[in-house]
Design a protein around this ligand. Sequence first.
Ligand SMILES: NC(=O)c1ccc[n+]([C@@H]2O[C@H](COP(=O)([O-])OP(=O)(O)OC[C@H]3O[C@@H](n4cnc5c(N)ncnc54)[C@H](O)[C@@H]3O)[C@@H](O)[C@H]2O)c1
Length: 269
Amino acid sequence: MDLELKGKVALVTGAGQGVGRGIATILAQEGVQVAVNDFFGERAAKVANEIESSGGSACGVQADVKDLAQVRAMVETVNRTLGPVDILVNNAGVPIILRTGEAKRTVFVESDLPFWKEQIELNYYGCLNCTHAVLESMIERKGGKIISIISDAGRIGEAYMAVYSGAKAGVLAFSKALAKEVGRHNINVNCIAMGATAHEGIKDFLNPDATPEEDELLRKMLKAYPIGRGLGRIGRPKDAGNAVAFLASPKACFITGQCLSVNGGFSMA
Ligand SMILES: NC(=O)c1ccc[n+]([C@@H]2O[C@H](COP(=O)([O-])OP(=O)(O)OC[C@H]3O[C@@H](n4cnc5c(N)ncnc54)[C@H](O)[C@@H]3O)[C@@H](O)[C@H]2O)c1
């Protein structure tokens, strides 16, 4: 199926590794020109180079999504380099699994204000900043797609990730409200709720092509998350990429204000 995405311009935040890298790669395979953002410029450049080496079109753009001035400057750069942003993917966020491969467990009563701020600034303000920076141009051009990567934690809550869950829930409510506000401008605003997703950023030795059964990290994650009730496997970045490509395409033009769970059946509510 042709997703009719050729020549579109996408900005994917936090795409220097992991889920965002998977999204950027799949969009590029669909003919999208991808601006690969990351806090670490070298990561962004590496992924952009990978895409270009495979015949796609991309550029790396360093910016901290928590900083509105940096975000505005980044959007200007993308505008000059690739053109105005048609598709924004708010992906930069704190992952469920830390680089140790263990589930992040933060007991709320033991957490403090700096930690809450860090979580909310990245997961919530990062989304607001990037969305605000591209929206005016989308309204002028009478169209656009805004897709934010949240987590099942933001839909159903996850113990020991209370602040993260709240920030992701905020992104979901914001997206629904904004979808109502900008629908008349032909702008679709949706979320994708990922379940536990394994990728190269979680463990250096993780082979991205390994099957879940082969990899020790994946076994750990499988133990931590009762996903056996669904498809019985951990997610891969390309699972996120495929869902984003669909929601970004004109095929999904009648879908807005929704949250698509890409979680292998971890939660079905
Ligand atoms: N991996 C999972 O199991 C999982 C599950 C559910 C949801 N998610 C969501 O998917 C998204 C990506 O997660 P991931 O596992 O790939 O994370 P990751 O930490 O492996 O990668 C995120 C990338 O974002 C970049 N980044 C961090 N802060 C930034 C900032 N302020 N500005 C710009 N870039 C920044 C990092 O440098 C990194 O390259 C997040 O929104 C996360 O909440 C992940």
